[in-house]
Design a binder for this molecule. Structure first.
Ligand code: PMP
Length: 387
């Protein structure tokens, strides 16, 4: 026994050894010349991954929820309208955050396993002036993938800011922030970006920064306020020392290391790797006779898959048996159906070997449960597809 399990949950994920090693470098001062260079380079590399050459990157200690909070705190003012397009648990979270900042939130909630249709979004945008809308690119609770491009186009048509929660998508799903005119694309370190938890990452468009600058009221969250962070980010971008709150030095060193890996793989190649592994995995799952949560493959995420337990199979026992096989998977998250499904993360450094190991563990546990299927069918399907 090596005592090592494979972490196949939708974040935190398995990290590249090089990234983990870089985290253990001796901690320097946040104003040491070598750290200033690393932080500056990190911000430059983010603009490449986000495809936002004119964007303003922010790296602040916190989790993905803080990145959401930073977007809401800086862009919404009390009494303004916000439209939340929800495909699961994290859409509801954006609603809650926006309401804390005084927004009147309209929630457009898709039925489980589906997306909100563009016509319904447009119909809502016609009803009243919205300040912003939010899209969850991949809702990690459902494994639903939303195409943000046409929604961002609608936002532009109605002069509404667009915010993309890319926590489960940045560096795993296609995003072209500038080309698609998304005003905010935010994420957290622990998912497809490939760095242990602890960093909130966000890139803001010029329009978003302009909107923040012309606020009538001050930002009511001190730690999230761009007035505090923007000069710091700009200083690091200009390779100058500065201080507001001590940055997570070691995590930022690791982030630079991971962004270098992402850029050397090539963002397009990386996205295609995710797409190929995910579509092959979905077909392997369906070869087992299992059903995924999204109603069709076109709206299924490439960073994770949400799968219903087959009828008569005890989910808790299944996940425990899979864990005994040294693969860690995640249970359900969406409250309405929490006990009915499980989730497999496949993002970042994920390889076909990881998914083959996951499928064999799943087959082992399904077999043990008494579920009837052709042994080896998922492995055969997957291996045939990825060659
Ligand atoms: N949005 C999405 C889509 C997420 O998947 C998550 C985390 N699973 C969050 C927001 C919140 O991020 P965190 O847990 O890092 O606060």
């Amino acid at each position: 026994m090596k005592g090592r399990k494979l972490l196949m949950i939708p974040g935190p994920i398995e990290f590249e050894p090089e990234v983990l090693r870089s985290m253990s470098a001796i901690t320097t001062s946040h104003v040491a010349p070598n750290f200033i260079e690393i932080f500056g380079n990190t911000l430059d590399l983010m603009k490449k991954v986000w495809m936002a050459p004119e964007g303003q990157p922010f790296v602040v200690s916190g989790s993905g929820t803080f990145a959401m909070e930073m977007a809401a705190a800086n862009l919404i003012e009390s009494g303004e309208n916000a439209l939340v397009i929800s495909t699961g648990y994290f859409g509801e979270r954006f609603k809650n955050i926006l309401e804390r900042y005084g927004a009147n939130v309209t929630l457009l909630k898709a039925p489980i396993g589906e997306i909100v249709h563009l016509e319904d979004i447009e119909k809502e945008l016609k009803k009243k002036p919205y300040k912003l809308l939010t899209i969850t690119h991949v809702d990690t609770s459902t494994g639903i993938l939303v195409n943000p491009k046409p929604i961002a186009e609608l936002a532009k048509k109605y002069n509404v800011l667009s915010i993309l929660d890319g926590v489960c998508s940045v560096a795993g799903e296609e995003i072209q922030q500038e080309e698609w005119e998304l005003d905010i694309v935010l994420t957290a370190s622990q998912k497809a970006i490939g760095v242990p938890p602890g960093l909130a990452l966000l890139v803001a468009s010029k329009k978003a920064i302009q909107t923040w600058k012309s606020r009538k009221t001050p930002v009511s969250n001190y730690y999230a306020d761009w007035a505090n962070w923007l000069p710091i980010m700009k200083a690091y971008q200009d390779r100058k020392p500065s201080y507001f709150g001590t940055p997570a030095v070691n995590l930022i060193v690791a982030l630079e290391s991971s962004l270098k890996i992402i850029n050397s793989e090539g963002i397009q190649v990386r996205i295609e790797r995710h797409q190929k592994l995910a579509s092959s995995f979905r077909l392997a799952i369906s070869a087992l006779g299992l059903k995924i949560l999204p109603v069709n493959g076109n709206i299924a995420a490439n960073t994770l898959t949400a799968i219903y337990y087959p009828k008569g199979v005890n989910g808790k026992i299944l996940l425990k048996d899979i864990s005994d096989f040294d693969i860690i998977l995640a249970g359900g998250l969406l409250s309405e159906i929490k006990g009915d499904y499980f989730r497999v993360g496949h993002m970042g450094s994920v390889s076909s070997r990881d998914l083959i190991a996951t499928l064999s563990a799943l087959e082992y546990a399904l077999f043990k449960s008494g579920y009837k299927f052709e042994t080896g069918i998922s492995l055969k399907t997957f291996q045939y597809l990825i060659i």
